[in-house]
Ligand binder design. Structure first.
Ligand SMILES: O=C(O)CCC(=O)C(=O)O
Length: 308
């Protein structure tokens, strides 16, 4: 299968009253774990402004970038992802990571103030992407026969976090990974590949399949929480990022999940005639277990399976 055959189109997600579900080949009906979204209605200018400020930020000197560094022991700000020991081989990437929602987790003082347009562009981008994600999750809930609020929730405390990745060129690209293989803990991730450099790969039938960037398209990745809630009907996708010997690459991954206190477990209506396939726990504990599995493919999902 090539990435072209995974393309989904013709989304109309702006009207929350009468959203048009995607076509029959879509992620919603097939339960596919990965899709490319083109023709979505996040305004092109919003993505373009965001892409511009990202490239400008990463051009700054290290001293300037370090003004927004992750405070000790924390993950928000400029730095690296998944540093859990002094000895580990780090992924070949710099990142900016932020919690956008719930609002009391937001640390706007760690958002870059250079370039000066960064904060407005980021605010606007995360709002638009959140709207798109909620709309898609609503379609998926309906496809499962559930009320959208069962998956999206209905408070302002649903989680949204965003990782902005910068993968510098690496002369020994084959010896390092930009991002180690993993699936995302959330329900739905929307990734924007910012520049025209291929690096994202998804795992299909034990092979790594490159996902070529399509300008303006979002890569929609199902996450682990959705796999659990849907009792396996939707499957989370294992993915990784490789580096390039000559070119720098940028991407933005926006993660959308339940509120931290919500229970993540197979939805009772989806286990009526079968067995629950996964353990249930609150989303905060779910994330803690996920982080403890240290980006090791889908090991975390194996750990929470029942009747292994
Ligand atoms: O760099 C990419 O394209 C993928 C990013 C991603 O999946 C992530 O940050 O979790």
């Amino acid at each position: 299968m090539t990435s072209q055959s995974l393309i989904t189109s013709n989304y109309s997600t702006r009207s929350s009253l009468t959203p048009s579900p995607p076509s029959s080949t879509s992620l919603v009906k097939t339960g596919a774990s990965f899709r490319l979204l083109i023709n979505h209605d996040v305004p092109k200018e919003v993505s373009q402004r965001m892409m511009f400020v990202i490239e400008e930020f990463f051009k700054l000197s290290l001293d300037e970038k370090m003004q927004f560094k992750q405070p000790p022991g924390q993950v928000q700000g400029y730095g690296q992802w998944f540093v859990f020991s002094e000895e580990q081989k780090l992924d070949w990437a710099d990142m900016l990571f932020y919690h956008i929602s719930p609002p009391h987790f937001k640390r706007m003082e760690l958002w870059p103030s250079k370039p000066s347009a960064f904060r407005d562009a980021f605010d606007e981008y995360t709002t638009e992407v959140n709207r798109l994600a909620n709309c898609l999750l609503g379609f998926m809930a309906k496809n499962l026969g559930l009320d959208p609020s069962e998956i999206i929730g209905n408070s302002e405390n649903e989680t949204q976090s965003v990782r902005i990745n910068c993968y510098p060129p690496c002369p020994e690209a084959k010896k390092v990974l930009g991002l180690s293989p993993h699936s995302d803990a959330c329900s739905l991730t929307l990734v924007l590949q910012v520049n025209d450099v291929t690096g994202l790969q998804i795992r299909r039938n034990d092979k790594w399949l490159p996902i070529k960037p399509i300008p303006g398209a979002f890569v929609a990745n199902m996450g682990d929480a959705l796999e659990v809630i849907s009792n396996g009907k939707y499957k989370s996708i294992e993915h990784r990022a490789v580096t390039n010997t000559e070119k720098e690459r940028f991407s933005i991954a926006a993660f959308h999940g339940p509120n931290f206190n919500a229970t993540v477990g197979p939805h009772p209506e989806l286990v009526l005639k079968g067995e629950p396939l996964y353990k249930s726990m609150d989303f905060q504990s779910f994330i803690k277990l996920f982080l403890a599995s240290k980006l090791d493919g889908k090991k975390f999902m194996d750990d929470i399976k029942l009747n292994k």
